[in-house]
Design a protein around this ligand. Sequence first.
Ligand code: FAD
Length: 434
Amino acid sequence: MKPLLLILIYLVAVTLPLILSWVTGGPPRPVLQEIASGLGILAYAMILAEFVLSGRFKSVSNSVGMDVAIWFHQMLARVALVFALLHPFLYGGTPSGGTRPWDPTRALTVTTDFTALASGIAAFALLPALVLFAVHRDKLDYNYETWRLMHGIGAVVIALALLHHAVYAGRYGGHPVMVWVWIILTGIAVASLVYFYLLVPLRARGKPWCVTSVTQLTPRQWEVTVAPQKGGGLRYHAGQFAWLNIGHSAFSLHENPFSIASAPASGPEVTFMIKELGDFTRTIGGITPGTVAYVDGAYGNLSVDGRSEPGVALIAGGIGIAPLIGILRQMRLTGDTRKVRVIYGNRSEEQITCRDELAAEDVTYVLSEPPPGWTGESGMISPTLLDRVFTPEEMRDWVFVMCGPGAMLDMVEDHLIARGAPSDRILSERFQYD
Ligand SMILES: Cc1cc2nc3c(=O)[nH]c(=O)nc-3n(C[C@H](O)[C@H](O)[C@H](O)COP(=O)(O)OP(=O)(O)OC[C@H]3O[C@@H](n4cnc5c(N)ncnc54)[C@H](O)[C@@H]3O)c2cc1C
């Protein structure tokens, strides 16, 4: 799906409840009250849309990229939080009281009925906590899977609390049409989690994979290959990524995203290049062939398939080489005649991987801590290095595919754009979102 279409769908989805509330609502009230209700309605709709932006929908992440989808998820969560926090305060000065039979949609008063308000108060307290825990996730001392579980449960609790709040305390949500609108939208949001965490694993359980080899590439990087045990394997484009679960139940939250380093043209086995970083990745060396695995994919938009540019520039930092080597392998296996040039940055020489395979390619190695006698480039991948490696015409006309540390990606992208590269010719994947 085209990114602009996705933005349009998002805007329609989050403004639809607002428009329907306006259509079904009673006579207009003072402006501040309308703004208060409007912010509450928008915040609720945006919170529900966050479920879809959480990265697992292929139509979203394969269109704009997983990193962009998560960036929107994070930014829009903050906007929804501000709307939600402002919403109750703008009712100040409005007459308040209990429920009135002649005023079922509470058009004339703000309810003070605690049972109707309690769910809103709970959501009001939980929402900032959910956002703060997500923003400061890395500083907290619990593992990623625990955070993910708490984030999911917290989101469902907030969505259900908001449903109750909108229907029983909301000034528009009490209208029968809006009751159904909110039930359906909340149902879709919650069902999306049920789909990804129950139905997808259920399907995956019937299509297990198996680890066929684990090879150490460099002191902290491993190559893991898995093969499908039943069914035809994975359909993917070189450069995409998949969620990999090794040695756990198909329903486990212990699954991590890894770029696919193999080429679809090489057969059903799928290879990942994994760098030791935390709880799971530090245990890769202990995984034995034969271990059951589950693969969910493919996700992401890092692909050069079907593109018409005359050349492909691959720029990698560290383990960011994984998806790019997959693209290179696919190009070689399919006899792709486009020109290819690679820039591959690392800290030290021992971190360079796939050196034999890259020997046949036009590669510029860059080391920030080069050993004595190093003949490649030294320092970081920089604008001056890019200007040395690529001509102005190549920067304008080629497709640039990159993966690595965020700072490197930002620098390269800014420089390419300054040199006239259109942004749709710059593809990137981030392994870390914040
Ligand atoms: C699209 C994408 C592609 C990636 N491709 C590769 C690759 O090819 N090779 C490679 O070595 N690394 C890749 N990564 C990074 C890899 O997912 C993390 O290094 C790995 O999940 C860390 O897991 P851990 O349990 O060892 O570390 P932990 O200590 O659990 O986590 C360290 C950090 O890794 C990230 N992380 C951990 N678990 C997950 C998860 N389930 N989902 C998302 N992020 C998580 C979080 O930022 C976390 O703070 C990729 C990441 C993304 C988002």
